[in-house]
Design a protein. Structure first.
Length: 117
């Protein structure tokens, strides 16, 4: 399984960006798709996830502004980011965990998002 993230860039406060994570290979039927981010000097944090059983969760910091979705026809995971704030500046990573017991994790390379006027 390989993941290729893209879509990062520079946005003004209040603006929007959409991140994409193209997935190649089989992800099975039991999996969790997720977006993480890591700001300078901070630990990597999970901000949005969706499981194969339909559960979607968001970190409080992005709830109501970000939306995660999976296009099964394009095999692509998206993160729509609206109402961006400077605190959203970070490197964003996509991740897939495959399997229920002892899942295997696959990460995409990060894509930089900078929110600044």
């Amino acid at each position: 399984v390989q993941l290729q993230a893209s879509g990062g860039g520079l946005a003004e406060p209040g603006g929007s960006l959409r991140l994409s994570c193209e997935v190649s290979g089989s992800i099975g039927v039991n999996n969790v798709l997720a977006w993480y981010r890591q700001a300078p000097g901070k630990q990597r944090e999970s901000i949005a996830s969706m499981s194969s059983n339909g559960l979607i969760t968001y970190a409080n910091s992005v709830k109501g502004r970000f939306t995660i979705n999976w296009d099964k026809y394009e095999n692509t995971l998206y993160l729509q980011m609206n109402s961006l704030i400077p605190e959203d500046t970070a490197v964003y990573y996509c991740k897939i965990s495959i399997g229920v017991y002892n899942p295997s994790d696959f990460w995409g390379r990060g894509t930089q998002v900078t929110v600044s006027s």
